[in-house]
Design a protein around this ligand. Structure first.
Ligand code: SIN
Ligand code: FE
Length: 289
């Protein structure tokens, strides 16, 4: 398999410049890896690197686009400090994306920023929720009609431990393999899910097929083991960026990650034909949204 990772020697969040090769790689579903780009913690923030900042029963802390913080335990001072740290990461992540992908800037829609202080290895989850299995991101309750999921990740591990991912085969190969096994889209079922409020809006055929790919990949243990894949230890003090609705990925190990999601209409890409919506439309011969 052609490598799905592009390493970039950038060390300054504000110095990113657009580069045609990197843009094409990102839009082809590859991961842009910045091994020398660190999210620097302030000395007083080191104490926030503990799972104890998580409210009981939650996996992530998230800062909504309106500035409200969810999932953090502790008194007001701790909450304020966590919020400030996550906000600083948001600003740096946005600066990086604006520098690398200026054409996206006016079209981006900010989603929550998350801080994940829990250890990956010890997490127990159902197969469908288990991100240790290769998958493309697709969310059952939130249809997105092909809107892109662009994510900026940083590993803030204070003990120098990597965040270990597996990166799988290109999206088109995933789609070619799992589309023939996908259950057909049934419009009345989509309407029922909407009426029962299982979904927040009507699930489109695109959203249905993306979920079928997600579930098809995660439920196929043979595929998990034997499909083309690369294990990538993202170093402590590094950043990586990908379209997680397109890049096949799984997280195997690590602790203390921050992540920013940005949404983008596929029509606003440099090359809209490379989007999952365009690929699935081409493969099925149908308009899916
Ligand atoms: C995921 O998006 O599947 C999880 C990524 C991570 O936790 O590193
Ligand atoms: Fe994921």
């Amino acid at each position: 398999m052609e490598t799905q990772l592009v390493e970039i020697e950038l060390a300054d969040w504000s110095a990113a410049k657009p580069n045609d090769e990197w843009i094409a790689a990102l839009e082809a579903g590859k991961v842009l890896y910045f091994p020398r780009l660190a999210f620097d913690l302030l000395p007083e923030e080191r104490g926030l690197l503990t799972p104890e900042v998580l409210s009981p029963g939650v996996r992530n802390i998230s800062l909504n686009s309106d500035g409200t913080l969810k999932g953090a335990a502790g008194d007001e001072a701790v909450q304020r400090a966590v919020g400030a740290m996550v906000l600083r990461f948001r600003e740096q992540a946005q600066q990086l994306i604006h520098g690398l992908l200026p054409h996206y800037t006016p079209a981006l829609r900010l989603a929550p920023t998350s801080y994940r202080p829990a250890q990956v290895e010890t997490r127990v989850q159902s197969w469908r929720a288990d991100d240790k299995r290769l998958h493309v991101d697709s969310f059952p309750s939130r249809p997105n009609y092909g809107e892109r999921i662009l994510r900026v990740f940083t590993n803030a591990n204070p003990d120098g431990l990597p965040r270990v991912w597996r990166v799988g085969e290109p999206f088109e190969a995933v789609a070619a393999r799992f589309l023939p096994r996908a259950k057909p889209y049934v419009r009345w079922q989509a309407k029922l899910l909407r009426a029962l409020r299982v979904t927040k809006s009507l699930r489109s055929e695109y959203d249905h097929l993306m979920l079928q790919l997600h579930d098809g990949m995660k439920s196929d243990l043979e595929y998990q083991k034997t499909s083309p894949q690369l294990t990538v230890p993202f170093a402590a003090g590094s950043v990586w960026v990908c379209f997680s609705d397109q890049t096949s990925h799984a997280v195997m190990a690590g602790q203390y990650m921050l992540e920013q999601t940005l949404h983008l209409a596929p029509a606003k890409q440099y090359n809209p034909d490379s989007s999952p919506l365009a690929i699935l439309s081409r493969l099925t011969g149908r308009n899916l949204v």
